[in-house]
Design a protein around this ligand. Structure first.
Ligand code: PHE
Length: 413
């Protein structure tokens, strides 16, 4: 056997120039926190599944290793889309990657013929390090396919959804330019597309009220404010983003739209069907609903975290203690090797895992006469569970330095 091969769940992947997954990332593949009934991520998942009801089939067992074709091509992403770069996504090799969104499964699920479904899964992205970013998070994808014979029934359903929304304390502002800059698809039956578009809006407004309505009520009974804005996704049109006003800030909750017919056709869905789809981030919603201040907590195995939550209940997280942080800077000269900031973040995660709260780039300059480039980062170390010793932090910090030196030949300053 080739020691250079990666092995994940008994399958070998031959390393190549795309390979950038690390053991610290792969260790998350088997955690399945979204399937643990008492975990906040699973609680939000069930709230949404229960809201949509049993006519929507839940799908929760699709493995995270997909092809770039599934993650990008089938969804009409252009060949030069930045998300495809190994600096932004995790690859096992050029043929296999960790899905960056649950949309990677849309085509296969539509192909299975299920008309209404909700798919939840872990997704992976190379990104910055702070309290709301973690390289692994969870999304839920939902979709509905409508046949022409069901149009009259859908019109009726839309009326009922609209009536129900009229009775609750929600204020929806539609800032989108549907039909103009955010066009309907010319090949659709217009009436059918309008009905599906309206059903998408009413369905998602209803779901958002089910999630956040109580919270708005507790906060002085003001209406829950929701707004719809134009968005662009290569596989939907019209496309939208939906935001909710929370603590005076607009929080992006989801992306959605009417499925592009070219993408649906790839699933062998008959051309007279029209479908909608949405995708949302479960962590972001859970952080707001449970008042969880740091995304790393979702991965905690500490009973002081886990025992606070139980299935079906949204309760406020009670912080057990905030342990002291320790802030350390690292700076280095680059040699001939380019270093992407996501490479630095991955090394920090690899060495210090969840003991790092935030990494900020604090300096980047090129020396005017020598032409040498320098970078500096500030790393905030803090455990969610205990006080870190100086020795421990120093060891982690110097290990990060050595790895940067070994992998990128940088010269530490
Ligand atoms: N996958 C998109 C994202 O991660 C969300 C989305 C899903 C948009 C389905 C449109 C349709 O941002």
């Amino acid at each position: 056997t080739n020691l250079q091969d990666l092995e994940v769940n008994g399958v070998r992947y031959q390393r190549d120039e795309f390979t950038n997954v690390r053991p610290s990332i792969l260790s998350h593949l088997s955690r399945n926190i979204y399937l643990q009934p008492n975990h906040p991520i699973a609680i939000v998942r069930s709230l949404i599944e229960n809201h949509f009801g049993s006519s929507f089939t839940p799908i929760t067992s699709l493995p995270p290793i997909v092809t770039p074709r599934q993650n990008f091509d089938e969804l009409e992403f252009p060949a030069d889309h930045p998300g495809r770069r190994p600096s932004d996504s995790y690859y096992l090799n050029k043929d296999w990657m960790l899905r960056t969104h649950t949309s990677a499964h849309e085509i296969q699920v539509f192909r299975s013929g299920i008309p209404k479904w909700l798919l939840s899964a872990d997704v992976y992205r190379r990104d910055e390090i702070d309290r709301s970013h973690y390289p692994v998070f969870h999304q839920m994808e939902g979709a509905r396919v409508v046949e022409p014979v069901d149009m009259r029934q859908l019109a009726q359903e839309n009326k009922e959804l609209e009536r129900a929304l009229g009775k609750v304390n929600i204020e929806v502002e539609d800032l989108s330019s549907t039909g103009e800059k955010n066009p309907y698809q010319p090949w659709h039956n217009k009436e059918h597309a309008l009905l599906v578009n309206a059903n998408l809006k009413h369905s998602l407004n209803g779901m958002i009220y089910a999630l956040f309505g109580n919270l708005a009520a507790q906060r002085g009974g003001k209406p829950l404010q929701v707004r719809w804005i134009d968005a662009y996704f290569p596989w939907t049109g019209p496309s939208y983003e939906v935001e909710v006003l929370f603590d005076g800030k607009w929080l992006e909750i989801l992306g959605c739209g009417v499925m592009q017919q070219a993408a649906l056709a790839r699933s062998s869905v008959p051309s007279d069907r029209v479908a909608w789809a949405f995708g949302l981030g479960l962590e972001r919603i859970a952080m707001v609903l449970f008042q969880i201040p740091d995304i790393r907590l979702f991965w905690s195995q500490d009973p002081r975290f886990l025992q606070q939550f139980s299935a079906g209940q949204v309760t406020q997280f009670k912080p057990y203690s905030k342990y002291p942080n320790s802030s350390k800077d690292i700076s280095f000269w680059l040699k001939d090797v380019e270093v992407h900031e996501n490479d630095v973040y991955d090394i920090v995660r690899e060495v210090a895992g969840e003991l790092v709260e935030e990494v900020k780039e604090i300096d980047r300059f090129t020396h005017p006469s020598t032409g040498r480039s320098s970078r500096a980062y500030r790393i905030d170390y803090r455990s969610m569970e205990r006080t870190l010793t100086n020795d421990e932090v120093n060891t982690l910090h110097s290990e990060i330095g050595s790895r940067l030196r070994d992998l990128f030949s940088v010269e530490l300053r």
